[in-house]
Ligand binder design. Structure first.
Ligand SMILES: [Zn+2]
Length: 147
């Protein structure tokens, strides 16, 4: 008999071996890099943005199974979404897909690194396109206080 935890574990291993949306977008509109030195996770996310929508997203780099799985899930969630909807993506949107809501604190950075990179990329992109600086501060706080 396999429990939910086993099923999620299999999904995570599978994603880490065959990550979704892995690679680079050469003519990206924005790219961002960050790392999690505690574990050695290090990823870049490239975004293609048209008409206020994420039309393509890819990530590359290296990371542990949780980092790779969460990056895969996040890129799947993000692709095709409007920038407003991308801003509303929360950590549990990613964690719940993989049964990681109760992940221990030391691994949460592995799981949320990609979301931090995505929010930072969006912040960088909007920084060049937004007039409203209050909006910008909020976005910056979101990226900084994710974990
Ligand atoms: Zn990790």
């Amino acid at each position: 008999m396999s429990s939910n935890a086993d099923i999620y574990h299999e999904i995570i291993v599978d994603y880490s071996r065959n990550p979704i949306n892995y690679g680079k977008i050469e003519d990206h509109d924005v790219t961002f890099h960050d790392s999690n030195p505690l574990c050695g996770d290090s990823i870049d996310i490239d975004l293609k943005i048209n008409d206020e929508k994420v039309t393509d997203i890819k990530f590359h780099g290296k990371g542990c199974a949780i980092c790779m799985a969460c990056s895969s899930v996040l890129t799947e969630i993000t692709k095709g979404k409007s920038l407003d909807d991308v801003r509303k993506i929360e950590k549990n949107d990613v964690l719940s897909e993989l049964g990681l809501e109760h992940l221990q604190a030391v691994r949460i950075k592995c799981a949320l690194l990609s979301l931090k990179v995505l929010k930072s990329a969006l912040y960088t992109y909007l920084g060049k396109h937004l007039e409203n600086s209050q909006d910008m501060d909020k976005l910056k706080d979101e990226a900084a206080n994710l974990y």
